[in-house]
Design a binder for this molecule. Structure first.
Ligand code: PEP
Ligand code: MG
Length: 576
C-alpha cells in the first residue's frame, strides 16, 4: 500500500481500478506534396476546421444541459482559436511555400504558438496554452481523419490516472464510466479541476509522479477532500473507506434533494446559506449546490502567484464578474487578509515572531492605504453591477473599524467627484475573529451594518492554539465553552443593535454545531459550496423553539467533549 498526497481538487471518495491514459499520440507524416495538391490540402484543412467547430459546439450543448451554461463557456476560448486569422493564414502561406502536408505544417505552427505563449510571464495567458493545445490536437486529429478514442474502450467504471487532462478530455468523461481522476500536474483552479467539481466526481491533482507509481488495474482509493490517493490498500483501509463511501453516497443524495428548496426552519424562520469562495471560478459550484449568495470571498488569493499587485481595473473586473454572476444574490467581498499563513512571493514582509499576532489583515491595509484604497475603489465601482457588501478582517476594536471606514469614505468621495457610479447603500461589515472584538461587539455594532464571525481565527486566538500546528490540534476545540459563550454574546448584541450576523469560519459547515448555531439565532451560514445542502437540510429539520432549547442546554455544559456528545445525540434524534 502506498499513500500519495496531492492537491484536493474535488471532494468525495471513490474506490476502483486505475486506468492510466497517455496523451493521444499522432504520427504526423513528413510528406512533401506536389504543387497541384495544394488546393486539396487547403480544403482538407478547412474541412477539419469546420468539423472541429461542429464537435466543439455539440460538446458545448451537451455540457450546457448536463452541467450548466458557465461550464460550457469554457469552450468559447476554443472557438476563438478556430477563428484566429493569423494562425489560419500562417498555415496556408507556409503550405504554399514549403510544399509539405497540411498536417505537418499545422503541427509546426501549433508548436510555435505554444512556445510563444509558454515564454509569456502571465498566469492567465499560460493557462490559455491548454486551450490552444486542446483545440490544436482536435484539428490535427480531424486533418488526419482519426476518431477520438480516449474513453471509448472502457468496460467498467474506472479511476483515470493521467499526467494532465485537458478540459476537452474531462468533458469527454462520462460520470457513469469515470468515478474519479488523479493527475501529476494541475492546480486547484485549473479548468480541469473546475470541471471535476461540476461533474461532482472526486479529483486529486498536482500529485507529482502519480503516473510513474500507478499502473492500469491497480486498486485505488481517491479521497478528494483530503487530496489523498491510496494505491493497493490493505484490507483494513479498504474496509474503512468502503464504509465511508457508502455513508457518503446515501447521505449526499438525501441532502441534495433539498438544495433548491427554501432555507427555512420547520417553524418558518429564514436563515441564509451562502458560500465561501477563494476564486470566481467557484461560482458554478455555488449555484450547483443551491448557495444563496457568497458570504466570504477571500480576495487575497487574487494577489497570490504573481509578481505585482493587481491594479484597480483588474480587481474591478473580477469583482464585477462575481457580482453579475451571483445576481440577485449578494456577495460579501472581504478586503485583503494577508499575513498569518498567507504571504505574497514579491512582498517583503518582516518575519514576525508570531505571524498570526503580527502585521496582518486590516493592520497591514491601514499602514498601506495606497494598496487598500485601490481595492476599496475597485469594490465600490463593482457594486454598481450587482449586490455587493464588503467586510474587514481581523478588526480588534472600534478604532480600527472607524479608521477603515474613513479610508472607505475617502474613496466614496473620490468616485463621486469623478462621476463613477457605485452603490451608495453598500453594506459594510466587520469580521469578528479576535476575542477583543467579540467582547466589544456592542461597541462595534454601532459602526457596522453586519458582523461575520470568523471562527477559524477566533478559536485559535481565544484558546491560544495555533490553527496550523498539528501538535496542538487536539486543543483546537470549537465546542469549548469559552468559544460558545463568545458566540452567544456576539449574536445577542448584534441583534439588540439591529444588525444581522453571519458565520464564515469552518465551524459553520460542521454538522455537529448547526443546531446550536440555529438556536443562537445566527442569520447566515457561509460555508464551502459542497457543505450547503447538508446545512440546509438541518435548518429545514428543526424548529427555532427546539433549537433554542438545545443551545441553552449546550451553554450549561462544562467541557467541549460534553458539548459535542450532547450535540451528536440531538443531531441523531432530529436530523438523521
Ligand atoms: C476565519 O478566520 O474564520 C475566516 C473565515 O477567515 P480565514 O480562514 O480566511 O482566516
Ligand atoms: Mg480569519
Amino acid at each position: 500500500m502506498i499513500v500519495l498526497k496531492g492537491i484536493a481538487a474535488a471532494s468525495g471518495i471513490s474506490i476502483g481500478p486505475a486506468y492510466k491514459i497517455g496523451r493521444e499520440e499522432f504520427s504526423i507524416p513528413q510528406e512533401p506534396i506536389k504543387p497541384e495538391e495544394i488546393p486539396i490540402q487547403i480544403q482538407l484543412f478547412e474541412e477539419a476546421l469546420i468539423t472541429t467547430r461542429k464537435e466543439i459546439t455539440e460538446l458545448q450543448k451537451r455540457i450546457a444541459s448536463d452541467m450548466g451554461q458557465d461550464e460550457a463557456q469554457i469552450f468559447d476560448a476554443h472557438l476563438l482559436v478556430l477563428e484566429d486569422r493569423m494562425l489560419i493564414e500562417e498555415v496556408i502561406t507556409r503550405l504554399k511555400k514549403e510544399h509539405m502536408s497540411v498536417a505537418y505544417i499545422f503541427a509546426g505552427v501549433l508548436k510555435k504558438y505554444i512556445d510563444v505563449f509558454s515564454r509569456i510571464e502571465d498566469e492567465y495567458l499560460k493557462e490559455r496554452i491548454t486551450d490552444i493545445n486542446d483545440v490544436g490536437r482536435r484539428i490535427l486529429r480531424n486533418i488526419l481523419g482519426k476518431e477520438q478514442k480516449l474513453f471509448q474502450n472502457l468496460k467498467e467504471r474506472v479511476i483515470v490516472v493521467a499526467h494532465d487532462l485537458s478540459p476537452s478530455d474531462t468533458a469527454a468523461m462520462h460520470k457513469q464510466m469515470v468515478s474519479a481522476f488523479v493527475t501529476d500536474i494541475g492546480g486547484k483552479t485549473s479548468h480541469t479541476a473546475i470541471m471535476a467539481k461540476s461533474l461532482e466526481i472526486p479529483a486529486v491533482v498536482g500529485l507529482g509522479e502519480v503516473t510513474a507509481k500507478i499502473k492500469t488495474g491497480d486498486a485505488l482509493i481517491v479521497d478528494g477532500s483530503m487530496g489523498m490517493v491510496i494505491v493497493n490498500p490493505d484490507e483494513e483501509t479498504l474496509a474503512i473507506y468502503q464504509q465511508e463511501e457508502r455513508k457518503l453516497r446515501g447521505v449526499t443524495e438525501k441532502y441534495l434533494s433539498v438544495k433548491d428548496l427554501p432555507s427555512v426552519t420547520a417553524d418558518g424562520k429564514k436563515i441564509n446559506v451562502a458560500a465561501n469562495i477563494e476564486l470566481p471560478e467557484e461560482i458554478p459550484s455555488v449555484k450547483l449546490h443551491g448557495g444563496q449568495g457568497i458570504g466570504l470571498y477571500r480576495t487575497e488569493f487574487f494577489y497570490m502567484n504573481r509578481k505585482d499587485f493587481p491594479s484597480e481595473e483588474e480587481q474591478f473586473m473580477a469583482y464585477r464578474y462575481v457580482a453579475e454572476h451571483m445576481k440577485p444574490h449578494s456577495v460579501i467581498i472581504r478586503t485583503l487578509d494577508l499575513g498569518g499563513d498567507k504571504f505574497l512571493s514579491h512582498l517583503e514582509m518582516p518575519k514576525d515572531m508570531q505571524p498570526f499576532l503580527g502585521w496582518r489583515a486590516i493592520r497591514f491595509c491601514l499602514t498601506r492605504p495606497d494598496l487598500f484604497k485601490i481595492q476599496l475603489r475597485a469594490i465600490l465601482r463593482a457594486s454598481a453591477y450587482g449586490k455587493l457588501k464588503l467586510m474587514y478582517p481581523m478588526i480588534s476594536g472600534v478604532e480600527e473599524l472607524v479608521q477603515a471606514n474613513a479610508v472607505l469614505e475617502g474613496c466614496r468621495q473620490e468616485l463621486k467627484k469623478e462621476g463613477v457610479p457605485f452603490d451608495e447603500n453598500i453594506e459594510v461589515g466587520a469580521m469578528i475573529e479576535v476575542p477583543s472584538a467579540a467582547m466589544t461587539a456592542d461597541l462595534l455594532a454601532k459602526e457596522a451594518d453586519f458582523f461575520s464571525i470568523g471562527t477559524n481565527d477566533l478559536i485559535q486566538y481565544s484558546l491560544a492554539v495555533d490553527r496550523t500546528n498539528e501538535k496542538v490540534a487536539y486543543l483546537y476545540e470549537p465546542a469549548h465553552p469559552a468559544v460558545l459563550r463568545m458566540l452567544k454574546n456576539v449574536i445577542d448584541v448584534a441583534h439588540s443593535n439591529n444588525i444581522w450576523v453571519g458565520m464564515c469560519g469552518e465551524m459553520a459547515s460542521e454538522e455537529t454545531f448547526a443546531l446550536f448555531l440555529i438556536g443562537l439565532g445566527l442569520d447566515e451560514f457561509s460555508i464551502p459550496p459542497q457543505a450547503i445542502p447538508q446545512i440546509k437540510y438541518i435548518i429545514r429539520s428543526v424548529s427555532i423553539t427546539e433549537a433554542r432549547k438545545i443551545a441553552e442546554e449546550a451553554l450549561t455544559l462544562s467541557t467541549a467533549k460534553a458539548v459535542e456528545s450532547f450535540m451528536e445525540a440531538r443531531i441523531k434524534e432530529i436530523v438523521r
